[in-house]
Design a protein around this ligand. Structure first.
Ligand code: PLP
Length: 340
């Protein structure tokens, strides 16, 4: 089995499990778990913020951040492909009562000029534009990295208009490793930002959200209210710390393997993909001649034990990660050529 379905499919390594077993623990929701506290300090430092909070998932980071930032009827501007809009079961609308307006970006990235057209003037009829949301890397943009100048121009405009900036950094560290731009530079002009531990870092569960002390204080009330406050969570925080200590450099290999995969399949006229557009560990590719992506995905699994998800009628998404090495990724690409 070669699993390129998602980087969420990694399983904790033996060494990570050892670190989990050895973790010092306490009552997390009383602030007494030393491993969770250490993790929060590390993430705050990594993202250049005053404080951080450990949460069960990236989705909860987004939802809680938006709950703190928005009042019912407020508007969040986000790219049309964003996770908050498409994959969180309508959470920002259901929980924060926010209107999400999709921006027509380019593979998950929009410009300051585009953003400008969406920011509403203050008047009593429209929803109040409140939050600008950025996803870096852009998952459904094929793992695209936000160019730092574009990001800075967007956040500068947002600040000038008195808006709050929230960064979904589920795969921010893939961008950091590929661009060599520190995480804190990407997050400097963002009011809130988070990273996921259960993707490329290989932990079984968890994410951490960072921001100002006052912001994190507010997030704690929502964590409690939604049932995200935990007890001896040091067991899982230890996995996240292990990921931060050992697995960040390995993301470079994931990024390289994705580019190699795209390069191999791009040689066939059956696939439409631009290998130079693969910034990180996600390859989104189209099938020529209206070939059926679902059928191909099923055939790949049945005939070669390769998992690649169909995300559209003729579109598939392959994601590289810690648990697939270079040889496996190459083999998956070659099987794909053969089967198609
Ligand atoms: C996976 C993902 C999330 C959600 O993270 P979970 O930890 O799976 O809840 C949010 N945003 C993006 C861009 C993601 O890829």
């Amino acid at each position: 089995m070669i699993n390129l379905f998602s980087d969420t499919q990694t399983k904790p390594s033996d060494a990570m499990r050892k670190a989990m077993a050895a973790a010092e623990v306490g009552d997390e929701q009383r602030g007494e778990d030393p491993t969770v506290n250490l993790l929060c300090e590390r993430v705050a430092e990594l993202l250049g913020k005053e404080a951080a909070i450990f949460l069960p998932s990236g989705t909860m980071c987004n939802e809680i951040a938006l709950l703190v930032h928005c009042r019912p009827g407020d508007e969040i501007l986000c790219d049309k492909t964003s996770h908050i809009l498409n994959y969180e079961a309508g959470g920002p609308a259901a929980l924060a009562g926010a209107v999400m307006t999709p921006i027509d970006g380019d593979r998950g990235v929009y410009s300051a000029d585009q953003l400008k057209a969406y920011i509403r003037p203050e008047h009593r009829y429209g929803p109040r534009t409140r939050v600008v949301e950025i996803e870096n890397t852009a998952n459904m943009g094929g793992g695209r990295i936000w160019p730092i100048d574009t990001l800075n121009a967007v956040t500068k405009l947002a600040k000038a208009k008195g808006l709050i900036v929230h960064l979904d950094g589920a795969r921010l560290l893939n961008a950091v490793v590929a661009s060599r731009i520190p995480a804190s530079e990407y997050t400097a002009s963002c009011d809130s930002a988070w990273i996921d531990f259960s993707k490329g870092l290989g932990a079984p569960v968890g994410a951490a959200l960072a921001g100002s002390k006052a912001f994190i204080e507010e997030t704690w009330r929502w964590k409690q209210r939604l049932g995200g406050a935990m007890r001896q969570a040091g067991i899982i925080a230890a996995a996240a710390l292990y990921g931060l200590d050992h697995n960040i450099p390995l993301l470079a290999k994931d990024n390289e393997n994705a580019a190699m995969f795209a390069g191999i399949i791009a040689d066939s006229p059956k696939f439409i993909v631009d290998p130079t557009s693969v910034d990180t560990n996600i390859v989104i590719f189209d099938l020529a001649d209206g070939m059926d992506a679902q059928a191909l995905s099923r055939k790949l699994e049945a005939e070669a034990g390769i998992l690649i998800g169909a995300i559209g009628p003729s579109t598939l998404r392959a994601v590289t990660h810690l648990d697939v090495n270079e040889a496996s990724v190459r083999s998956a690409a070659e099987h794909l050529l053969r089967i198609v």
